[in-house]
Design a protein around this ligand. Sequence first.
Ligand code: ZN
Length: 293
Amino acid sequence: MPELPEVETVRRGLQPVMEGQRIASVETRRHNLRFPFQKDFVGRLEGQTIVGMGRRAKLLMAELSSGDVLLMHLGMSGSFRVVKHAAATSPGHFHHERSADRAHDHVVFHMASGAIVTFNDPRRFGYMKIVPHSELEAESFLRGLGPEPLSNSFDAAVLAAGCAGKKTSLKAALLDQRVVAGLGNIYVCEALFRAHLSPKRQASTLALRSGAPSDHARRLVDAIHTVLNLAIEAGGSSLRDHRQTTGELGYFQHSFRVYDREDEKCPTKGCKGTIKRFTQNGRSTFWCPTCQK
Ligand code: ZN
């Protein structure tokens, strides 16, 4: 499932072909993704210029010249494919596409520039929805979202305030989208590992009795910044590679330190521990019980 860094990578990949560009036409090849398309979906897109390509948590937000915003969520398996100049694409390129892949091409944006942007989603947990900019705050997928982890509005004080008094585990608190928006299982495991904090630790320990952030909160915010920025950098390099090949956006190779590394030696310098896995709130937690306290 794409997490925040993948979605940010997709945003950066779409930006050069979509931002500032007019949408000439749109094809929807079925009546729904996770939800049915709105009846006026195509009509509200065609002829509009995309004035900004933004992101909030894992939601891509294309701001249209009409004042509408196109919300796009990748779901479990969604990805975009970009062909910059349709006229320049030789039919030979299509030999590289498996027919099964094309069957999952559900939405095609034809840009006035000649670029073609295709949304492919085998499992169809993704969705697209158009909402007026003025109604964004009321949108259920955006309502109540906490701060963006890479924005200036997220720091140790904000995280400590979000966790103060919480009896839940630190891992559960970080997955709570009201505390911080867009973090998923993988990057929570990685951030807790880098901060040397146990996923089982009580969330309230990030705040001192006074409500001020503890050192743990500072360490954790630093670790969250680091894991997300490293993944976004990795995505950026995959973007440069992909541009030269398939134009596919959405997935890239990460190097995780603990995630999916059960029974491997802990990579912390001087630690003799082993990476363990257990189930927490229905998800796999990977951690080192020796150096995460
Ligand atoms: Zn360790």
